[in-house]
Design a protein. Structure first.
Length: 136
């Protein structure tokens, strides 16, 4: 579980839904849904923090490249423009894919759990991808 310090650093501690983990562990569906939503919100906050770091790195790469680039031989989009395009496409993919996973229980009380769990998994994976983009 994420520590209270990390939650405060991410600035989301007060915005999170209250999760009764004991009730969720006993299989109370509403609590399972709330806890899954909470985990997604934490993952999303971590993604947003990493996005800021990766965005700054890509913008710096654009600035560094501009010093030496000759537009006559490379008119492709920059590092940041390419990252932003990919991120926007990823968000659309994540939302549609997880909505599709939720349809396994379409209209039922399990659907929000399936969607949140899917979004958490994909968001954690994307956060790692963003970290790897800035490795030396």
């Amino acid at each position: 579980m994420i520590s209270a310090l990390l939650l405060m650093m991410l600035g989301i501690k007060d915005d999170l839904p209250v999760c009764d983990e004991e009730a969720a562990e006993r299989g109370v569906q509403i609590e399972m849904n709330i806890c899954a939503q909470r985990e997604y919100l934490i993952a999303d906050a971590e993604l947003n923090a990493q996005w800021s770091i990766t965005r700054e790195d890509m913008q710096q790469r654009d600035a560094d490249f501009a010093q030496y680039a000759d537009p006559s031989w490379d008119d492709r989009p920059g590092y940041f423009a390419t990252l932003l395009e990919a991120q926007r496409a990823w968000i659309e993919y994540r939302d549609a894919h997880c909505r599709s996973e939720g349809y396994g229980a379409r209209g039922g009380s399990l659907e929000p759990l399936l969607v949140s769990t899917c979004k958490t998994a994909l968001t954690n994976a994307r956060t790692q991808e963003l970290r790897e983009l800035i490795l030396p």
